[in-house]
Ligand binder design. Structure first.
Ligand code: HEC
Length: 122
């Protein structure tokens, strides 16, 4: 190698940055949950948002095979999803708060996130 060390380090850092920003690559569901969901959702207890260990199975039961689509739509636009699913929302036993901001994840990321949450059930 004829390049000075600093240049190699720069290239390495750039490569790492590019790889980790590629959609779906190294998607860490636990980190995403801690950074983007935990402030409102406590697993195992109601917080600002519902206990997702209760709510996810409830949605799976209601939507059946369409549950994954519901989760994806809900992440994209919670308010629109609440409007579009009045019968499901009626099972909540209380009015929707419309407090959840949109979560820009792709389908694969939503699947991984929901699967990770479900895996936390003791
Ligand atoms: C600012 C608070 C907030 C954040 C951040 C948030 N949520 Fe929510 N979430 C809510 C609230 C409140 C509801 C209940 C819907 C309502 O009342 O409007 C909800 C509902 C949900 C539901 C539907 C539950 C059901 O009853 O079917 C899912 C799934 C969900 N959130 C997942 C997530 C995930 C995953 C993240 C992180 C990527 C997240 N939420 C981030 C507040 C939040």
């Amino acid at each position: 190698m004829t390049e000075p060390k600093g240049e190699n380090m720069k290239k390495l850092l750039l490569t790492v940055a590019l790889l980790s920003s590629t959609a779906g690559f190294a998607f860490n569901a636990q980190q995403e949950f801690q950074a983007k969901c935990q402030m409102c959702h406590t697993l195992g207890a109601q917080a600002v948002g519902p206990d997702l260990l209760m709510a996810i199975p409830r949605a799976r039961k209601f939507f059946g095979k369409k549950a994954d689509k519901f989760f994806l739509d809900f992440m994209k636009n919670p308010a629109a999803s609440i409007q579009a699913n009045p019968k499901y929302v009626a099972t909540w036993g209380k009015p929707a708060m419309n407090a959840m901001p949109p979560q820009p994840f792709n389908a694969d990321q939503v699947k991984k996130l929901i699967a990770w949450i479900e895996s936390q059930k003791k």
